[in-house]
Design a protein around this ligand. Sequence first.
Ligand SMILES: Cc1cc2nc3c(=O)[nH]c(=O)nc-3n(C[C@H](O)[C@H](O)[C@H](O)COP(=O)(O)O)c2cc1C
Length: 173
Amino acid sequence: ASSLRCANTRTLLVFYISAYGATRRMAEAVAAGAESASSAAGEVRVSLYDLEGGDAQPFVDLIEEADALLFGSPTINGDAVKPVWDLLSSLTMVDVKGKLGAAFGSYGWSGEAVPMIEDRLRRLKLRVPVPGVRARLTPTADDFTACRDLGREIALHLLGRATPRTIDLAQLA
Ligand SMILES: Cc1cc2nc3c(=O)[nH]c(=O)nc-3n(C[C@H](O)[C@H](O)[C@H](O)COP(=O)(O)O)c2cc1C
């Protein structure tokens, strides 16, 4: 029997929170980059969710069905913000092992949120194949490019055709 559903369809969710709009604009660029990865080889369905004022519970079912989870948070008082932690803590109830994860966010000086989220994602047994993106205060054109690349790379990983990473031996030293 033939199926109308595209054989290679993946779901990518972008969750973010933003007080002044910088992380929101980064999230929009991440989502746009992820959308750009769809091709005849496969489709990535991208959804963007603002966590402001919301309850994490409705997202848990969506997360269960999703293939990649991206989280955007500014750094406030050396930490990611509560709605992000609330959602991440509800993931202990979901089988997220092997899904792809990534983090991004704007910061002012220390920027702990992104590495803290990445660390949490790894502890939850997600794969974090692409380094997160941090932008200092208002994102620049280069920052938005890095955000689009992040979304696109994760989406390409889902479709199984990520560009191989070249590791410079000098960077390992
Ligand atoms: C109350 C407050 C605390 C902050 N604490 C930190 C901090 O500890 N480290 C840091 O790098 N930036 C800190 N910032 C700066 C924010 O991360 C920065 O303004 C960021 O651009 C906000 O992103 P948004 O526009 O997505 O809300 C703080 C900002 C505020 C208002």
